[in-house]
Write a protein that binds this ligand. Structure first.
Ligand code: ZN
Ligand code: ZN
Length: 255
């Protein structure tokens, strides 16, 4: 199984995951033009993507969906209560709903959604499985609960939000209400919280950690990387750490 992150930050997110001949995407929060360009760099066209798994409806996760829907035949997977919202954004698409814990098979990829804690309509994370390897995909969550950790147990690769540095967030000059929202249970994971998640999930089979959804205002890629590296040195020194970026595609990572 492989993953390439087309883009990730608070400004836009999209990834492509492959197992065998099956390609699926997670989110479409950058422009349709950038999605198609990113897929092209992966050697793919939109018609080869069997489905797009949507985490939630914030613009940085579905911003490109409307244009994609006008130009391509899409199959979308989302939580039950998000369907009506997505129907408005992508009226032509085939919409399937998925539930936490309910497995879905798309070609050679098995997908198990998990509930996350975020101020959106029924937001989801996902575990992708194929060929005996598991990839956990968790973004936009204020907390990583025990239920979430249980669902992510044993993953060989983890795509994980590392949204903000606490000090930078407090020095950002943002309104206190927004700071409270970001730090709240339905907000985002800080670098420190992301470290705690990896600490809890570390095991000898964990090979890759991909840091994602880094805030351009309240974090830097190197700050997030250093924070996670210090945890990895302690608990899982063999893990390869990757940092997804706002502009450049993260090339295929073989899990
Ligand atoms: Zn987001
Ligand atoms: Zn969000």
């Amino acid at each position: 199984m492989r993953i390439s992150v087309l883009a990730s930050s608070s400004r836009g997110n999209a990834s492509v995951i492959c197992n065998g001949d099956t390609f699926v995407m997670v989110d479409a929060g950058i422009s349709a033009r950038r999605i198609c360009k990113g897929l092209d760099e992966c050697g793919l066209g939109m018609e080869q993507v069997s489905g797009i798994f949507i985490t939630h409806e914030h613009t940085d996760h579905i911003g490109g969906l409307g244009t994609l829907d006008r130009k391509h035949e899409l199959t979308l997977y989302c939580s039950r209560y998000l369907r009506s919202e997505l129907r408005v954004v992508a009226p032509r698409a085939t919409l399937n709903y998925v539930e936490p814990g309910g497995r879905v098979q798309v070609g050679e990829v098995t997908v198990t959604p998990l509930g996350v804690s975020h101020d959106a309509v029924d937001p989801l994370g996902y575990v992708f499985e194929g060929d005996g390897v598991k990839l956990g995909y968790v973004t936009d969550t204020g907390r990583c609960t025990r239920t979430m950790l249980a669902a992510l147990e044993g993953v060989h690769a983890l795509y994980l939000e590392s949204n903000y540095d606490e000090e930078m967030l407090h020095d950002s000059g943002r309104p206190y209400s927004l700071i409270e929202r970001i730090e709240g249970v339905a907000g985002h994971l800080s670098n420190k919280q992301a470290g705690e998640v990896v600490r809890a999930l570390a095991h000898s089979g964990l090979r890759h950690v991909i840091l994602a959804h880094i805030s351009p205002e309240c974090n830097t890629p190197s700050c997030a990387e250093h924070s996670m590296q210090s945890v990895l040195e302690e608990v899982a020194p063999m893990v390869q750490l990757h940092v997804a970026g706002q502009f450049d595609r993260l090339p295929w990572i073989e899990i």
